[in-house]
Design a protein around this ligand. Structure first.
Ligand code: NDP
Ligand code: HSE
Length: 438
């Protein structure tokens, strides 16, 4: 391992910024506006030596254009750079640049959850080998301090579950679909205009952004490695106004939840992201707009909740700046912060083994024997029915909506029951299962 790097007393901490978009431009401005306070807090002057972007000709208010370059590799491998702040996003060239920076001897701050949830093992191993830091508070839940509590404050406790809203864009969209009866498309456009969405918003609405964050949270909480591709993931693209109305009729709201749990029976970790009905009385139900919230349950501390702005340039820059000062302090002291902890090596559970309760809407013919046939589909697949409601009252034989709420069941059993329901003669329309929490 390379010895920890220590900056000599006369030198500033020299920072290379990769990206000057929603988050990067806010960070660049704070570095200038707060320069004097940051110098005192970090113990050295923080000097921005370059900003890599794609288009160096674009007007960027408040940004010193002489710092702009379109050669990020030359910037991160420059001899004088101590700290690289990666705010480009996506996998390439961010992966190559982060690894090059670490190998060259710089520490890294990043907000890039997609990168860490895909190539985290290689990045942390490279940082360790070079005696450098990788800090990533902004990668999960924007401004909310959640990485440091998991990495440091709770590292002596035994975390058993994490349930959270970790994507601001989708929370904004679902909130607007409920409160303003806005369409999915118009709410997404607003979220993009407000700077919440990823460069390609498919990452948000398909659940991939939340899945990457869930993988990072599960890895930190349970001391194991979880990759984004191992997370069971369903986004909100299929959520319809009818689903929203169905949730409201149950005094609930639709939320995109990230859920990470250890199954003590087989020592596996179940990590999933999907739209979920949450009762209005549940604290997660009142998390609106682009806010995020994360519940943690642990053996000693009990229940903890973290809440705050989950996206947007300024809130995310707050988390980046916190990392930046911390890493600068480490450089000044010739120290590094905590590295990766994956010693438990827990396996990730199969999607089919994941257990949750369901709310199922189906259109049936209102004739004798329908309920019995429907109930038999659940019984044959070991799914216990908790409540049944028939919505409309019409003449015998007319189509009516049946709502069934189950007890907690395995996903594979519920899927099998739904497949059988779809084959019943008495089922005359779509069968719509939705997961329920709380
Ligand atoms: P933007 O798309 O707004 O900005 C990306 C920046 O990277 C732009 O300045 C762009 O240059 C630059 N860039 C892109 N590709 C290259 C390249 N090949 N070489 C050099 N520069 C490049 O992204 P955000 O600021 O929204 O997000 C940045 C990171 O922060 C992402 O990892 C994101 O997931 C994360 N994040 C974002 C949050 C948010 O609310 N926006 C919240 C939390 C995390 P140019 O300006 O010339 O196009
Ligand atoms: N696109 C992300 C979100 C940004 O909406 O939550 C914050 O990570």
């Amino acid at each position: 391992m390379t010895p920890h790097r220590r900056i000599d007393e006369a030198s500033p901490v020299r920072i290379a910024l990769l990206g000057c978009g929603t988050v990067g431009s806010a960070v660049a401005r704070l570095l200038t506006e707060q320069a004097e306070d940051l110098r005192v807090r970090a113990g050295r002057r923080l000097e921005l030596v370059g900003i890599a972007v794609r288009d160096t000709t674009r007007e960027r208010p408040g940004i010193d254009s002489s710092l702009l370059t379109d050669d990020p590799l030359a910037l991160v491998t420059a001899e004088e750079v101590d700290l690289v702040v990666e705010l480009i996003g996506g996998i390439e060239p961010a992966r190559e640049l982060v690894l090059a920076a670490l190998d060259r001897g710089a520490s890294v701050v990043t907000a890039n959850k997609a990168l860490l949830a895909t190539h985290g093992a290689k990045i942390f191993e490279t940082a360790e080998r070079n005696g450098r830091d990788v800090y990533f508070e902004a990668a999960v839940a924007g401004a909310i301090p959640i990485i440091r509590p998991l990495r440091e404050s709770l590292v002596g406790d035994e975390i058993t579950s994490i349930i959270g809203i970790v994507n601001g864009t989708t929370n904004y969209i679902l909130d607007k679909m409920h409160s303003d009866k806005q369409t999915f498309e118009s709410a997404l456009t607003e979220a993009q205009e407000l700077g919440y969405a990823e460069a390609d918003p498919t990452a948000d609405v398909a659940g991939h952004d939340a899945a990457a964050k869930a993988a990072i949270l599960a890895g930190l909480a349970f001391h194991c490695r979880v990759r984004a591709e191992e997370v069971f993931c369903e986004g909100i693209t299929e959520v319809t106004p009818e689903d929203i109305a169905a949730a409201e009729s149950m005094d609930s709201v639709m939320k995109l939840l990230a859920i990470c749990q250890v199954n003590p029976e087989d020592e596996t970790v179940a990590v999933r992201v999907h739209p979920t009905m949450v009762p209005r009385k549940h604290p997660l139900a009142s998390v609106d707009g682009a806010y995020n919230a994360i519940f943690i349950e642990s053996q000693s501390a009990g229940r903890l909740m973290f809440y705050g702005p989950g996206a947007g340039g300024s809130p995310t820059a707050s988390a980046v700046m916190g990392d930046l000062v911390t890493v600068a302090r480490n450089l000044v002291r010739g120290a590094t912060g905590p590295g990766e902890s994956s010693y438990r090596g827990l396996a990730v559970a199969d999607a089919g083994a994941i257990r949750t309760a369901y709310h199922i809407r189906l259109q049936v013919a209102d004739v004798a024997g329908t309920l019995e046939s429907v109930a038999a589909c659940f019984a044959r697949n070991h799914v216990s029915v908790r409540a049944v409601r028939q919505e409309a009252q019409g003449a015998v034989g007319e189509a009516v909506e049946l709502v069934i709420v189950t007890h907690v069941a395995r996903t594979q059993d519920l899927d099998a029951a739904v497949a059988e329901l779809r084959l019943l003669d008495q089922v005359t329309g779509p069968v719509r299962p939705m997961r329920v929490e709380g």
